[in-house]
Design a protein around this ligand. Structure first.
Ligand code: ZN
Length: 157
């Protein structure tokens, strides 16, 4: 990855951390779930308003490190307006990019758009949980509404 792209990605992460998108509670949420990453202290609640099988609105609240917050912000912008199964596929793709060698995942990376900014965490194993937290919470909200998920729980892998 060129350093120019790295700079761009870093700016994206900083921007999402400073001005997180969809950082609010959805009063008429149909689904929600809490996600904890005890190793870093990240703690977010994800809210979803479903319309049939479409994610009509999605938001998050809570606090955590820059990576976890930026990732949660990017996650909400990426899945808003998609169908549940599309969001789950994106989660799978995102997970494979942040847990594997980024240089082997160039195609996936391009498909991910700005989510690809987080691919760099693959080089920092402790940060993978930060980057994945909001996605795990989204997955839980979609599949077991009201759940509390921890990155240290076997179900979170
Ligand atoms: Zn973190």
């Amino acid at each position: 990855m060129s350093s120019g792209l790295n700079d761009l990605y870093q700016q994206l992460i900083l921007d999402h951390n400073k001005s997180p998108r969809n950082f609010r509670k959805i009063e008429k949420a149909t689904h929600n779930a809490e996600g904890y990453n005890p190793l870093c202290g990240d703690h977010f609640t994800v809210f979803i308003e479903m319309d049939g099988d479409v994610i009509k609105d999605v938001s998050f609240q809570g606090s955590g490190c820059a990576i976890s917050k930026a990732s949660a912000s990017m996650m909400t912008t990426a899945v808003k307006g998609t169908k549940k199964e599309e969001a789950e596929k994106l989660f799978e793709k995102f997970r494979s990019v942040v847990t594997r060698d980024i240089h082997k995942e160039v195609d996936d990376l391009e498909e991910l758009g700005c989510l690809g900014a987080l691919a760099g965490v693959a080089e920092f194993p402790a940060r993978i949980k930060c980057a994945s937290l909001a996605w795990h919470a989204l997955h839980s909200a979609l599949n077991s509404n009201g759940a509390v998920v921890s990155t240290e729980n076997a179900n979170a892998h």
